[in-house]
Design a protein around this ligand. Structure first.
Ligand code: IVH
Length: 667
């Protein structure tokens, strides 16, 4: 066989094998016996051995070829992978529908999907070939786990169209594989995995793809990330298209026209859930129309166009032995139940939050009670109620103290708050919690300065405020237990290095109420220096899209405090950086035709590629979005522009052709 003949044969075999694979792993409907598949695979392997130059990364022989890695590479998600807000009952769902209806004019349809309990994954295809798969990570940066994902047989190595597209879904371990794997692990005296989600995550984080290959993982795709050429108008069309391309989508999704239909779907699956052969932890509800999705937009944390309904959690019984009180970073006193150890939803629980005194009274929870424990959102243990029938008469009522357990000052209850607070700004427990937050990973990220060291520094009276941290010297630190010359030197270096952190880390570290790490980043990007933010008014802050009223109010109040001004000037004189160092929003030409405008590109362009056009418009201060809504300012239509152009005409939006765009760009 010469090379040309081999090439043809190889192409033919690959197509057949891809088809068999799709039928077996995606459609669950094989058309040939396994032996035939194996025989064709063998034939392909032999040919590829003979003509190694013809091996390609997307050949069916390459699923488990990868060598073990030393570490995973980081992958940037250009379209962030967000998480969803939660709903726990029908009322929450109705609220969600009401809010959505208020944010858009036309009636809304929803798509309901099963919420698969696995690991969010992004898959990138370039010109139809699978090139990269990544974990969600923190939503903006994930890890490249391409070799492990290639071992999942339902992931196509090439798709039916030569699309460049990033698709998203959930990798999971089916029940059957989970039970089998744990049995095997127990036989080998290895620790079994607590649940299928941990098992899936554990498998995909193996550096050796051969291990992932043995774990029989699967994946359902439910969304699209980056997709320049995307023209579809609804989520349901996208689900259909994903299936058409050869991806495995979950067949149980349903389009619902009303929130009552959504609730019916939710109730149906609450009962049917045990009959599935994979784990689900709720239902995801999405606004179907993509233009409406865009109109509704996002809060700092999650989209306004989707919500996750969480099924009620598994419960267990145990005894409440004691109630411990702790003082948080903002002075709130939190009672915690100390429990006899009990297993709930896969882990052992010994402590559970009781939230506040009102809740203890309301639920009439007493020391010594038998209590029902559940895990809220299947993660955080919670005391649900006391079991009155089991009382012996020896149970004791619990009362909150009048004084702070840490500093002894009188506790207060602020207006409209249920929590008791210690309002002493110098309460050591609050300062300590504040410092633990300040040095933490998402804040100033000071290596070697964990909770234990902070507690020691407090006990030895070496620090009281954030500023004190930057005044520590070698002699101070050498006094601490288990601190030798080397660790002291390392710690001092880490503290010193943190001075150069970009502004958002310091902002988050300060612990301003309601300002999380994402909001801190937004603020830093927008205001660029601490000084600008200190002088910003409520109106300046609220003008930022992602910042809500509560947060803006809290920021203004925070910077109005005299102690804060003092602390910041102290930190400045200690040489802490107070400027944003991240990528600058591009220097924008304010007089440009596109400044502040929302632009949609549609149809085929002749001279510019779509990404060139997009980059140029953004450079001139415009933002380019994917679908037409009443917020769109300009639609630029190339040849064969379809429904987006129709819609723009209907809405009376300014429409340009490619020549007009080029003219503006040339100027
Ligand atoms: S949509 C912005 N659909 O649930 C839309 N998520 O908090 C984001 N998940 O991180 C996700 N099944 O890991 C979506 N059918 C589904 C899902 C699903 C499971 C997970 C996903 C995400 C989390 C949402």
């Amino acid at each position: 066989m010469d090379k040309k003949q081999a090439q043809e044969k190889i192409a033919e075999l690959r197509e057949l094998l891809n088809q068999y694979n799709h039928e077996y792993h995606v459609l669950d409907h094989p058309s040939v016996p396994d032996a035939e598949y194996d025989q064709k695979m063998q034939e392909l392997r032999k040919l590829e051995e003979e003509f190694p130059g013809l091996v390609t990364a997307d050949s069916p022989t390459q699923r488990v070829g990868g060598e073990p890695l030393d570490a995973f590479q980081k992958v940037q998600h250009n379209v962030p992978m967000l998480s969803l807000g939660n709903a726990f009952n029908a009322n929450d769902l109705r609220d969600f529908a009401r809010r959505a209806a208020q944010g858009t004019d036309d009636p809304i349809s929803f798509v309901c999907e099963l919420k698969i309990d696995g690991l969010a994954i992004s898959l990138t295809y370039e010109n139809g070939t699978f090139v990269r798969g990544a974990t969600r990570g923190d939503g903006t940066t994930g890890e490249d786990i391409t070799s492990n994902l290639k071992t999942i047989r339902s992931i196509p190595l090439s798709i039916k169209e030569k699309e460049t597209i990033e698709v998203r879904g959930e990798a999971f371990m089916p029940h059957k594989s989970f039970v089998a794997m744990n049995k095997e692990r127990e036989a080998k005296e290895e620790e079994p995995f607590a649940n299928p989600r941990n098992a899936a995550a554990g498998s995909l984080r193996q550096l050796d793809p051969k291990i992932a290959a043995k774990r029989s993982l699967d994946i359902f795709l439910y969304g699209v990330g980056e997709w320049e050429a995307g023209t579809l108008e609804s989520h349901s069309e996208r689900l259909d298209y994903l299936k058409e391309l050869g991806f495995k989508t979950n067949p149980e999704w349903r389009k619902c026209e009303t929130i009552d239909d959504v609730i019916e779907y939710v109730e149906y699956w609450e009962n049917e859930r045990p009959n599935l052969n994979y784990e689900i932890d709720g239902i995801v509800i999405k606004v179907d129309n993509l233009a409406q999705q865009e109109e509704l937009g996002f809060t700092a944390k999650s989209p306004r166009w989707a919500i996750a309904y969480k099924f009620p959690a598994e419960e267990a019984l145990t005894t409440l032995r004691e109630i411990e009180l702790s003082v948080g970073r903002t002075g709130v006193i939190t009672p915690t139940a100390i429990l006899d150890a009990v297993k709930v939803a896969g882990t052992t629980v010994k402590r559970a939050s009781l939230h506040n005194e009102d809740l203890i009274r309301e639920k009439d929870i007493r020391l010594g009670d038998t209590v029902v424990i559940k895990k809220a959102g299947d993660i955080i243990p919670e005391v649900v109620r006391a079991v009155e029938d089991k009382r012996t008469g020896n149970e004791k009522e619990f009362f909150m103290p009048d004084e702070c357990p840490a500093c002894g000052s009188e506790l207060v209850r602020l207006e409209e708050e249920v929590a008791l607070r210690c309002i002493n700004p110098n309460c050591p427990a609050q300062l300590k919690e504040g410092l633990i937050h300040f040095v933490s990973r998402n804040a100033m990220n000071i290596d070697g300065l964990g909770e234990k060291v902070i507690i020691q520094l407090f006990q030895e009276n070496l620090i009281q405020t954030i500023a004190d941290l930057y005044r520590l010297n070698r002699e101070d630190l050498l006094q601490l237990e288990r601190m030798g010359e080397k660790s002291v030197a390392n710690l001092l270096k880490a503290i010193d290095t943190s001075k150069d952190n970009s502004l958002e880390r310091l902002l988050f570290g300060l612990g301003i109420r309601f300002v999380g790490s994402k909001a801190a980043k937004t603020l830093a990007e927008h205001f660029e220096t601490m000084e600008n933010l200190q002088h910003a008014t409520y109106d300046d802050i609220i003008a930022i899209n992602e910042i809500g009223e509560k947060m803006a109010d809290s920021i203004v109040r925070y910077f109005a405090e005299e102690e804060v001004t003092e602390l910041l000037s102290e930190l400045k004189s200690l040489n802490l950086n107070m400027e944003y160092k991240g990528p600058k929003k591009q220097d924008i030409d304010e007089d440009s035709e596109f400044s502040g405008k929302t632009v949609v590109l549609t149809g085929k362009m002749e001279i510019l590629t779509r990404s060139e056009a997009k980059a140029a418009i953004e450079q001139l201060g415009g933002s380019v979005t994917g679908s037409v809504s009443k917020k769109t300012d300009i639609v630029i239509a190339g040849d064969d522009a379809g429904s987006k152009l129709d819609k723009a005409q209907k809405l009376g939006i300014t429409i340009w052709n490619e020549n007009q765009l080029r003219e503006v760009l040339n100027n």
